[in-house]
Design a binder for this molecule. Structure first.
Ligand code: C5P
Length: 474
């Protein structure tokens, strides 16, 4: 089997050949944060190299998408963050006119296909050590060393894809190597700091209240309690008439906040929570202080919001460097996304019939509420609730063309020994449909009339896998 550098060399040769002979290239990418960043990285590298290229995004890959590519008149298709499991279909539709850069699990049959440049083929764990943004970055850097200034985008991709699974929410493997490149170029600062949600943009009390990882009873979601707690800790929350944000806190103030939380919310787990609230932060030095692009995690949330509420082009434009009109549209999109999340979460928690808790799973029926583009976001939010620690969350909602879209996530502390991508894949093998993803997060789509069979199958399989294991208690 070829090595990663041989694959990247083949990729570069094919792209450069297209550019020299003035052939047309299409980049097709996924519409989430990792997709938009990987598409932007490769798109920018192509444009810099003088390519005639177009970039398109898609919610998912399918035979229909492969067929549409065969008719678009392009000479080469670069598919990022998509396409896993479809190699033989794409081969049939496009012949040699395609390459994939990806990190999702792929079937054994795709391992020898040289057009599939997937991290797992090269022994790199695509679940945590690299994402599609990282794979696209490695390809761009191979094309031209000067593309190393695109490394920060690969970090946004990794954090947006929640690959910060190393010690103290750090990046590992290839992601860590790429972050080192970005640091060496002075484009990224990696620090150890309070991991508050909205480090650069939210008033401190809001950031504390909206931080749910770790979940701190009496503090998380309790804006009033957070304001009191900060006051007691002697923290100035406003300066010159403007709300201060977490990134402005001094070292002493951070220590005072940690002490205050521990006093305010004593109880089991507080020491652990206080350890978890400190971790690695990734800051883009070239972005303005107070901008939602400065903290890589916030940048990632913005990109997810653009992709998931139908404005992938806006996210792509900002990723590729637009800091004018598109930036304010992106900000508005982010606001809209947050408000939709609140609305969907409220409906789901008020309509109690929508959630059914079993020994190992929590089934969420979000039909008629959550659009399919946001099923993953809402499943992830639910999996963050301490109520569901140890469980597998399986959310379903209505999809296009009479289908049902599933998003599965493992909640914190879930030790059920099953890969969610395998679980869903077994189901789609039996009842038709498509699935894919990772051990901890996976998605699927099935025909609506297969719903009952599919649900029975999931339940039976989770229980089977568990065997004699004891269920996690709530
Ligand atoms: O759609 P959702 O966010 O739930 O998907 C979870 C993960 O599974 C994502 O990384 C997504 O790209 C992947 N996935 C996939 N193939 C599918 C559905 C989801 O690779 N058919």
């Amino acid at each position: 089997m070829t090595s990663l550098s041989e694959s990247l060399s083949m990729f570069t040769d094919r792209v450069m050949d297209c550019i020299k002979t003035k052939k047309k290239i299409m980049v097709l990418t996924h519409m989430d944060c990792d997709g938009l960043t990987s598409g932007s990285i490769i798109g920018k590298a192509l444009i810099r190299a003088g390519a005639n290229c177009t970039i398109r995004s898609s919610m998912e890959f399918s035979l229909k998408v492969a067929k549409s590519l065969s008719k678009d008149g392009r000479d080469l298709h670069i598919i990022t963050d998509l396409g896993g499991g479809f190699a033989s279909d794409i081969d049939r539709e496009l012949g040699e006119r395609w390459m994939v850069l990806d990190h999702h699990h792929i079937p054994e049959t795709e391992m020898d296909n040289e057009r599939v440049i997937n991290s797992w083929k090269f022994g790199v764990d695509g679940g945590v050590d690299v994402c599609a943004g990282g794979m696209a970055y490695l390809a761009a850097e191979y094309m031209d060393k000067d593309n190393s200034d695109l490394s920060p985008l690969a970090i946004v991709a990794a954090l947006g894809d929640r690959q910060d699974q190393g010690e103290k929410r750090s990046l590992t493997g290839k992601n860590k190597e790429i972050s080192k490149t970005a640091e060496d170029l002075g484009l990224l600062e990696v620090d150890m700091d309070l991991l508050l949600y909205g480090r650069e943009t939210r008033p401190i009390a809001d950031a504390l209240a909206y931080t749910s990882q770790p979940y701190i009873k009496g503090v998380t979601w309790e804006r009033g309690a957070c304001a009191t707690l900060l006051k007691n800790a002697g923290i100035e929350i406003k300066k010159s008439g403007r709300w201060r944000v977490p990134a402005e806190l001094t070292q002493d103030e951070k220590v005072a906040i940690i002490d205050a939380i521990a006093k305010y919310a004593p109880g089991p787990g507080i020491t652990e929570a206080m350890t978890e609230i400190i971790g690695h932060t990734y800051t883009l030095t070239g972005e303005e202080s107070g901008s939602f692009l400065r903290d890589c995690r916030e940048f990632g949330t913005m990109l997810n919001s653009c992709g998931r509420i139908g404005k992938p082009g806006v996210g792509m434009a900002v990723s590729m460097g637009d800091r004018d009109a598109m930036l304010s549209v992106a900000e508005e999109t982010l606001r809209e996304y947050k408000s939709r999340i609140r609305e969907y979460m409220n409906i789901i928690s008020n309509d109690r019939w929508r959630i059914t808790t079993h020994d190992y799973t929590v089934m969420v029926n979000a039909e008629g509420v959550v659009p399919e583009t946001m099923s993953g976001t809402i499943a992830s939010m639910i999996s963050g609730s301490p109520k569901y620690n140890g469980k597998i969350i399986i959310l379903r909602t209505s999809g296009s063309e009479n289908t049902i879209k599933f998003s599965a996530r493992k909640a914190q502390g879930c030790a059920v020994p099953v890969s969610l991508s395998e679980l869903l894949q077994k189901g789609t093998e039996c009842f038709g449909g498509m699935s894919g993803g990772h051990d901890m997060a996976a998605g699927a789509r099935i025909d609506k009339e297969k719903l009952d069979d599919f649900l029975d199958h999931l339940e039976a399989n989770v229980n089977n896998i568990q065997g004699n294991n004891t269920p996690q208690s709530e």
